[in-house]
Design a protein around this ligand. Sequence first.
Ligand code: KG4
Ligand code: ZN
Length: 390
Amino acid sequence: MPDNPAAEDRRPACALPKRAGESLVLGIETSCDETAAAVLAGQASDRNAAPTTRLLSNVVLSQIEEHAAFGGVVPEIAARTHVAALDGIIEAALSDAGTALYDIDAIAVTAGPGLIGGLMAGFTTAKALAFGADKPLLPINHLEGHALTARMTHGLAFPYLLLLVSGGHTQIVLVRGVGDYERLGTTIDDALGEAFDKTAKLIGLPYPGGPNVEEAALAGDSTRFALPRPLKGTARPDFSFSGLKTAVRQAAESAAPLGEKDVADLCASFQAAVRDTLADRVGRALDRFAADHPSVTTPTLVVAGGVAANAYLRDGLETLCREKEWRFIAPPLSLCTDNGAMIAHAGLERLLAGLIPDVRAVFAMAPRSRWPLDESATPLVGSGKRGAKA
Ligand code: KG4
Ligand code: ZN
């Protein structure tokens, strides 16, 4: 309850959407080009099982139009757009949920990794709200949001394997518990979403690249261009996509000037190379998990991050899991791309686990543009032009 009596006076006379035993968490996400907020209600269930949750609202403002003219996300524009939009998005999330700030039990906010301007906009707003309404503030690692989403959508128990494929990350992570992650593999150069975006750009498809490549590929011949399957057959389940991108460029040059059919064939060939590569790299990780966890009777692979929206790649992963007798979980598309619900959920998990940081430490904390999920994992040598993000 707030200490400030004036805050109590402003409590609206609306019926509480909260049920007995539940906590309400407001989640705020501004790490890239989505301004997002959500309200999640939930409570603890069994020891290792996921909390029981109800998503009361999930508001996402995509900034695609702001960045499209520039062919990619412009950090300064992203930060300004977050600042302009965030208050309204939070208000909408609270009102859609039929609640108000003073009935929220905790505020969870993405504190990294991501674009620093956007992170500052979200974190500063969350600090102001938490201070004004006297609520606990939970700084959340964006990757943890993606990592735990399947517990919200499917009630998944620990441990499981996560394939995180987004614009900034490509990793295979062993998820043992809340805050307990081991990175089994990562990219040594570009992230997979980045490879989609760069491929799109170099063959003349508009931003955002991923969905446009997927759509163009539907009409294409995936066998026309012979593209590499990087790192296929190597023992550690790491990834590399910059050589594939170069191969796409060379193939595009060989077919120039590109007609619609050439673009479709390039996209289909690129996606086939990615699908094969994922099957090989992820297949290795599944085998390693199965060997290390013989007592897990239903081993589960979860795919998350923006690239997980790709139906062709999801199908490839589903096929791999069927062959290896694994359960495969892909959250709904709206919860694969960036959103506030996954941040609210990670906050709820931390709240229920008692992982509530000291209030002074949180208010003194600055957002982190780099924030590995597995802090003990060493960055790979030569990791990416944009650096070893995780
Ligand atoms: O997770 P996300 O929304 O943002 C972060 O990077 O954190 O992922 C965005 C990335 C972009 O690179 C975008 O091109 C890619 O996900 N993406 C896709 C698809 N939808 C989004 N890639 C392939 N196929 C898609 N359908
Ligand atoms: Zn993301």
